[in-house]
Write a protein that binds this ligand. Structure first.
Ligand code: HEM
Ligand code: HEM
Length: 242
């Protein structure tokens, strides 16, 4: 069983890294022929950096559109960030000081994460106009993340697992050293779903993570009067004519 998990995580990491790199390459090469920044938009590059920063850290545009979705969405993502930072302790030895300091926050952030996800699920089920546009994958992601969070919280607060063993397994795996995992149910469920998340990430809506940075409506400078915007193909035609 431990060998199965070793191989599973090697494959899942490869799929995640190569899949994401391919997608980012594809996004970077996709033409954006029109000037379409959503107004009011920044008028220089520094402004675009600030806009993306506010978008990533505060979910600014979501805040402007729906407060409830923002509240639960932001709670989930902030919780997730703290939880993931806390998890870095399983992959490094010795553990960096900032990661040590974040441990207690990361532990309770698991609750914020699951409450946020539950709010988002209730919204998809009970708000008519959201249910109408929800696909099975929208529900599936919320359920996968809730079960990952719930099984994690079970281990942190109810049936503890041997975290020292988990750590030596993953630190070992980083050097392709196949170790042994404590085989208890919450950990098995947790790790199987985490591997599933990694395998599906590059083919799913979770691509909003790199995608945000490539959105023309968010990353373009509002300067069409100061600087003429010519798509590369149009520029090639213009050069031909002159
Ligand atoms: C740079 C990091 C990230 C940013 C800025 C970000 C931002 C957002 C935003 C703005 C939404 C929109 C909410 C809506 O309109 O319904 C969203 C939804 C979502 N995000 Fe992220 N996200 C990030 C990372 C992640 C990661 C790492 C995961 C999971 C592993 C994740 C999972 C989700 C899910 C499942 C939804 C859909 C929630 C729903 O059903 O309404 N996000 N994200
Ligand atoms: C290979 C990757 C992962 C490993 C080895 C792992 C392992 C663990 C372990 C051993 C615990 C129990 C901690 C304790 O007893 O104190 C835990 C808790 C938790 N895990 Fe994971 N996990 C992984 C990935 C993830 C991911 C990707 C998420 C979120 C999407 C997640 C969410 C949680 C949550 C919410 C908790 C409970 C709160 C906490 O202790 O931080 N885990 N995890």
């Amino acid at each position: 069983m431990s060998l199965f998990f070793s191989l599973l995580f090697i494959v899942a990491t490869l799929v995640l890294v190569i899949g994401l790199a391919r997608k980012i390459f594809q996004y970077a090469r996709t033409p954006a022929p029109l000037k379409i920044p959503t107004m009011p938009a920044p008028i220089n590059q520094a402004g675009v950096v600030m806009r993306l920063f506010r978008e990533v850290v505060f979910f600014e545009s979501l805040f402007k559109s729906t407060k409830w979705t923002w509240l639960f969405g932001w709670m989930f993502h902030l919780g997730l960030l703290l939880v993931l930072l806390r998890h870095l302790r399983y992959f490094m030895d010795p553990v960096w000081l900032p990661i040590q300091l974040i441990q207690p926050f990361g532990k309770y952030a698991g609750f914020a994460m699951v409450i946020g996800l539950a709010g988002l699920l209730v919204r998809r089920i009970f708000v008519d106009r959201v249910r109408y546009i929800s696909s099975p994958s929208d529900y599936l992601w919320l359920v996968i993340l809730i079960v990952i969070g719930f099984s994690g919280l079970m281990m942190s607060f109810v049936v503890h697992t041997d975290v020292v063993m988990v750590k030596s397994f993953f630190v070992g795996l980083l050097g392709f050293d196949f170790g042994t995992l404590p085989l208890d149910l919450p950990l098995m469920v947790h790790l199987l779903l985490v591997a599933l998340l990694m395998l599906l990430f590059p083919f799913s809506k979770l691509l909003h993570v790199p995608g945000l940075f490539f959105s023309p409506s968010r990353n373009q400078v509002d300067n069409p009067r100061e600087k003429r915007h010519i798509a590369p193909w149009a520029k090639a035609m213009e050069d031909q004519q002159s």
